[in-house]
Design a protein around this ligand. Sequence first.
Ligand code: GLU
Length: 270
Amino acid sequence: MKKLGITLIAIFLCLVVFYLLILKPDNYESKDMYDAIINNGYIKVGINTDIKPFGFVNKKGEICGYDADLARNIAEQIFHDKNAVKFVSVTPNNRLIKLSTGEADIIIATMTITPQREEIINFSIPYDSAGLAILVKSSSRVTAISDLADQNIGVVWGTTAEKNMLSMVPTGHVIGFKTYREAYLALKQGQIAALTSDDTILNGYALTDSEVKLLPKRYTREPYGIAFRKGKGAAKLKEALDSAINDLKQKNVLSSLHKKWLVSKYSWEE
Ligand code: GLU
């Protein structure tokens, strides 16, 4: 009898563990994401680390740039502490994975708000914007997107440019790279006729390297948003992020960051 009781208790416990770990009921798995961030005392921010002037590593090994400064300002708004940030390095191609696994709480990485992305993740209100542009070698005869037909066109995997080039230049040979650095080197070495992405990003190369130039025309509007997961607590997180962005806009913090990182190329050497 005693044996039967122990067996029944063991079966019951196994069922509970199975229920919690495998079936993952809502109230077990989906912790409130906003409360979890507040309880941690810091926010995990996915950031680019090879995109000047948005997110890159300076000579002292520190992560800096416009998006990094924005992250610190968001932390100040939420925790009253600019250092309550843990940076997680992301690329355009892995940022959604790092967000969905919880490695990052939010992504601040020149990420365009698009309807397709909004189907799977949330965005804050826009904090900045860019436009699709084309970077070519200074000696290139390419002057517009129409000249890219049948040419090798470089994009970074996972960017809006990847998708846009496939539809805007159907006869182009779209070649994907994991990072902007790899794509930029391919342009310099003549493996691709052009590198396409946001003007704000490509301008970083054009301003510091006279061997490449940015063509004047813009082909899309790319509003940048802070990305975060859908789920429990998302509404509270959105409210916190949106009100932080509104406050930073009102106090001209965003416009001074814009000046600091986009106008003065010298500050990029920090
Ligand atoms: N803003 C574009 C995007 O979200 C390109 C920049 C990037 O994130 O690498 O795909």
